[in-house]
Each structure stands twice: as structure tokens, then as C-alpha cells.
Design a binder for this molecule. Structure first.
Ligand code: BEZ
Length: 252
């Protein structure tokens, strides 16, 4: 994952990402005092929720910008900078939790991340997570691919959105037992009259590295927004066509 975050805009306009994460926390079945790693903790909003539930928490993220915010807001939480596909902890934990992170990791790197998670979990430790599942933001990515092609570019899909079958197999190959898996649609309201444009500018960065000028990028984004207005603009609000994969597994 190699994204430079606009941490302030992220906190101001995309707080739905961690608000939805609250229901993922409910998958955790552990006593107060259990140790929990928030993997890809971002600005620490969910790490704090986990702490308030009585867990002994740590947060790990690759983004210095987001960690600076996390450390300033929650100075008593242990936040570390690290790569989700190459990390270890000084002590094993009872639970690894993650929200809205794994789609940023390439398919061929997922097994490195799963190995790290396995290695930091205690035996019978829980692994509870949600991220973008198969079909996530299909309308948005299809419209981007069409617009790129119209301007002579090839749109390289920057995310990994697996099916339950594919991801359960990866988990089992990494030594986990899968207890729970669900894939569901979640049409998600975006903030503001430029909600979709802002979403694309915030999250879809790497495909635009091949676009020659900022002006052309803006033309492409505007075109995408207009083609999606019929589908994703309803009653004065923009929505993104999210699909979530939510799972719970145990280190056996
Ligand atoms: C997601 O949470 O599914 C997601 C967010 C931003 C970009 C891609 C996926």
C-alpha cells in the first residue's frame, strides 16, 4: 500500500469509513483486558472504540500522516508505523481486527499479510475484519475504465476485491479456520454536492499516474461523475456502490 493520505480531508469528509467499522468490532468475542491489534488503524478512531470496550489496544498503519493524527488525538494508545505485509509485534495478541484495509493490498501480497497476522496471534486468537468484496464500486470502476479508454489510456484496477470462496481458501491455506463470512451490498452516502468527485480524488490515485496533465485528469473525473449521475445521485445525494466482505477466522 503506497498511498499518501490527505489526513485532514479524510477525517473531515470520509468518517463513514470508521463509523461503519463499529459493527465489525461486534464480531470480536473476547473478555475485557484481551489484547487487540488494529491492523491498518489509520487515524485511530476505531482503535479508540476498541480501547473504550476495555481491550488493551495497539494500532499499526503505514501512513505517517494518519498516525500523526492518531497519536495526537489518543496519546495513551500505542501506535506503530509498519507495513501490513511485513510486521511483527513484541508480544502476541488475542485478536487482530481490521476495517477497510485489505483491498489496498495486491492479491499476490495477501498471503504475506495473512502470515504476519498468524504469527502475531496467540493460539485460538481471533481475526475479525471487513474490506471491499467482489463487485465493490463496480459502477465507479467500470465508468473510470470506459473514460480512460476514451482518452487512450488503460485503467489498471488498483484494488483487490475477492469473493468469499477465494478469501476463505487463502485464510485456510494460511492456517486459519473460518467461522463466519458474509458478502453484502452497502450503498454508502458520500458527503457534499461533489461527493463522488471527492471520493475519486481521495481514493483512486495510482491509475491517474499515466494521465498526462492535471487538466486531462479533471476532464476524465468530471466525465465519470456525469455518466454516473443517473445511477448514483439520488434525492440530492451522491452514493458509492460499496460491497463488503466481512469475515471472522481463528488461528488453529
Ligand atoms: C472500500 O472501503 O471498500 C474502499 C474504499 C476506498 C477505495 C476502495 C475501496
Amino acid at each position: 500500500m503506497n498511498v499518501k493520505w490527505d489526513a485532514n480531508k479524510y477525517a473531515a469528509d470520509f468518517s463513514f469509513v470508521h463509523q461503519y467499522g463499529n459493527s465489525v468490532i461486534e464480531l470480536i468475542d473476547a473478555d475485557k483486558g484481551s489484547s487487540v491489534l488494529d491492523l491498518g488503524c489509520g487515524n485511530g478512531a476505531l482503535t479508540k472504540v476498541l480501547q473504550d470496550k476495555g481491550y488493551l489496544v495497539k494500532g499499526l498503519d503505514s501512513s505517517k500522516e494518519l498516525l500523526d493524527i492518531a497519536k495526537e488525538k489518543y496519546p495513551d494508545i500505542d501506535f506503530m508505523q509498519g507495513d501490513a505485509t511485513d510486521f511483527t509485534l513484541s508480544e502476541p495478541v488475542d485478536v487482530v481486527f481490521s476495517n477497510a484495509v485489505f483491498h489496498w493490498i495486491n492479491k499476490d501480497k495477501q498471503h504475506y499479510m495473512l502470515k504476519c497476522v498468524y504469527n502475531v496471534l496467540n493460539k485460538n486468537g481471533q481475526f475479525a475484519f471487513e474490506f471491499g468484496g467482489h463487485g465493490n464500486n463496480q459502477k465507479i470502476h467500470s465508468a473510470l475504465a470506459r473514460a480512460f479508454s476514451e482518452y487512450g489510456y488503460c485503467y489498471e484496477m488498483p484494488f483487490y476485491f475477492p469473493t468469499i470462496g477465494e478469501y476463505a481458501t487463502m485464510l485456510e491455506n494460511a492456517g486459519f479456520g473460518v467461522q463466519y463470512a458474509v458478502l453484502f451490498d452497502r450503498l454508502t452516502e458520500l458527503k457534499g454536492e461533489n461527493g463522488l468527485k471527492d471520493w475519486i480524488n481521495m481514493f483512486v490515485k495510482t491509475p491517474f499516474s499515466i494521465v498526462k496533465t492535471e487538466q486531462e485528469k479533471e476532464i476524465i473525473v468530471d466525465k465519470v461523475v456525469e455518466t454516473l449521475r443517473n445511477d448514483l445521485f439520488m434525492n440530492g445525494k451522491w452514493y458509492a456502490d460499496y460491497v463488503r466482505i466481512r469475515m471472522k477466522a481463528t488461528r488453529v
